[in-house]
Design a protein around this ligand. Sequence first.
Ligand code: AMP
Length: 206
Amino acid sequence: MIVVLFGAPGSGKGTQAERVAATTGTPHVSTGAILRAEVARGSELGREAKPIMASGALVPDDLMVRIIESRLAEPDAAGGVILDGFPRTVPQAEALDRMLGRNGREVGLVLYLEVDPDLLRARILQRAATDGRSDDNPEALAARMRVYQRDTEPVVDHYVRAGTRIERIDGSPPIDEVTAQILTVLGASPAPSSTASTIAGAETAS
Ligand code: AMP
């Protein structure tokens, strides 16, 4: 199943997507991570994306759609993926529908991680202090929040109109509790903590 993990910057999408991927064996597709890898490689795409990402703006839709199209064409995506950070605009959501529709597929579930805005801001500023992401500074954060409200929130209405199953998840509690809520919605049982890392390791190795 194609699952869209949706939420504001700082809602914990990336962390939760990673954990759910490790437990269910479903590939985690993060467009932010793909772009950061391109920036680190110094590729043409990376050089184009770097200043856009640092400012908190969005990379152009056509570029993002091409990235996702090639990622979804990889063999490991045939059984479904967890999309993290895509689609971020209504045109991206429409392009995703068209691309999946050509192969008789569709988005099966939208998981909407909802977190109080004050908690979001606190989490991102804390991440800025620990992870050193170039877009986790107060100016870029404000831009990302504006972009989220203007361009990304309307994506939920797109899925409401399409009749896609949407599950709202309270993203405020501690990480383990949020993961448990998501796994319940997916009908998957939590992995014992001792095996979770083994599964994640096996994923990386394959
Ligand atoms: P993320 O790790 O999902 O927070 O993404 C980090 C940055 O990468 C965003 O602030 C955007 O600049 C860019 N980005 C990631 N995904 C997308 C997308 N689907 N569309 C446009 N820009 C994106």
